[in-house]
Design a protein around this ligand. Structure first.
Ligand code: AHG
Ligand code: MN
Ligand code: MN
Length: 333
């Protein structure tokens, strides 16, 4: 098979669809490079002294792991000087990070979850990086948080890197979903899957069932019906998977289908779900829709939500279309 690099893919995309101007390509390559650096740090593990807690908290009140902070630093440093970005925002930073004055300012905004699946770092289970690119509003002089508050439909590019048995980079520019595997010897991203596609039906679901007693009735009904298997209304058996790294769960769904849920629940009315809209749900929703799946918050399409806050949380139902439509219809009923 002829090897297609990330660079070649992006250049040919631009020729075909005129949707990846040079600055967007260069910025994507920088993100890809940063993910290689993170992958290297992740792979060193204890040898690189990267495991364990950093003994600090992020804006969501979660204890940060060393790798959360290292990955955030790697992404900031890599993306600061290229001249393609106006500002960045991250799960690990309360405020946005405007590009310093000493560098030229570009026209894009980059958002990321530098290290997704933090609870899996120290136990050597797959983790990842999630990213999303928006265009800065026209005429913007000094970027503020408000400039980031655009619905997911405005994303020009989104993707993730998954640090698993293989390191892969999966991305969309709005023309399908492509996957690249890191060739570690060459240090290159090589395309290994074209137009990933999620089957409309599935027999596999993912949810943290330890929260079952807090679920709202639609979620409880939907999961109970699946658990009832062949003898229940669904007349088929389902299997369950929960990795606790959204990147890894979504990668499985992009590969063989399934439905992933992190619902809102009855515990705290001010906390609609756990996952963050801008740098977790939106990029994943964009990818999943581009692969033929669906993504809602139980009521509406995630990509249509108008964000109010940079770190806002959202309920997430995504994956195989018929299942997402079913659980969404239970909420609407
Ligand atoms: P992060 O490590 O960036 O904070 O995200 C973790 C998220 C997501 O990746 C995963 O699906 C979910 O948290 C797991 O939550 P539980 O620990 O409640 O299962
Ligand atoms: Mn995350
Ligand atoms: Mn994270």
């Amino acid at each position: 098979m002829k090897r297609v690099s990330l660079t070649q893919y992006l250049i040919e995309e631009q020729r075909r669809h005129n949707n990846i101007p040079e600055s967007l390509r260069l910025l994507t390559e920088v993100v890809g490079r940063a993910c290689k650096t993170i992958s290297h740090a992740v792979g060193k593990g204890a040898l690189g002294e990267v495991l364990g807690s950093a003994e600090s908290e992020n804006v969501q009140g979660e204890v940060q792991k060393k790798l959360d902070i290292i990955s955030n630093e790697i992404l900031l440093e890599a993306n600061e000087w290229g001249g393609h970005l106006a500002a960045m925002a991250s799960e690990e930073m309360e405020q946005i990070h405007p590009i310093p004055n000493r560098y030229p300012m570009g026209e894009y905004l980059l958002l990321f979850d530098p290290l997704d699946g933090s609870s899996n770092i120290d136990v050597n289970v797959s983790i990842g990086t999630i990213f999303s690119v928006l265009k800065a509003p026209a005429g913007m002089q000094h970027p503020t948080e408000a400039d980031f508050l655009q619905p997911g439909t405005q994303q020009v590019l989104a993707g993730y890197a998954l640090y698993g048995p293989q390191t892969v980079l999966v991305l969309t520019t709005g023309n399908g979903v492509q996957s690249f595997t890191l060739d570690r010897e060459m240090g290159a991203w090589v395309m290994t899957q074209k137009n990933m596609s999620i089957p409309e039906d599935t027999k596999e679901f993912a949810i943290n069932a330890s929260n079952a007693r807090h679920w709202f009735p639609p979620v409880k009904r939907y999961v109970d019906e699946m658990l009832a298997g062949t003898t229940g209304v669904r007349s088929k058996d389902f299997n369950m998977r929960w990795i606790a790294s959204m990147v890894a769960d979504v990668h499985r769904i992009l590969t063989r289908g399934g439905v992933f849920m992190y619902p809102a629940d009855a515990r705290d009315p001010d906390k609609p779900g756990k996952l963050r809209l801008m740098y977790e749900a939106n990029p994943m929703a964009f990818l999943v829709e581009q692969a033929g799946g669906a993504a809602t918050d139980g009521k509406q399409r995630i990509l249509d939500i108008h964000p109010e806050k940079l770190h806002q949380r959202v309920a997430v139902f995504l994956g195989s279309k018929n299942e997402v439509e079913r659980v969404t219809s239970y909420h609407v009923e």
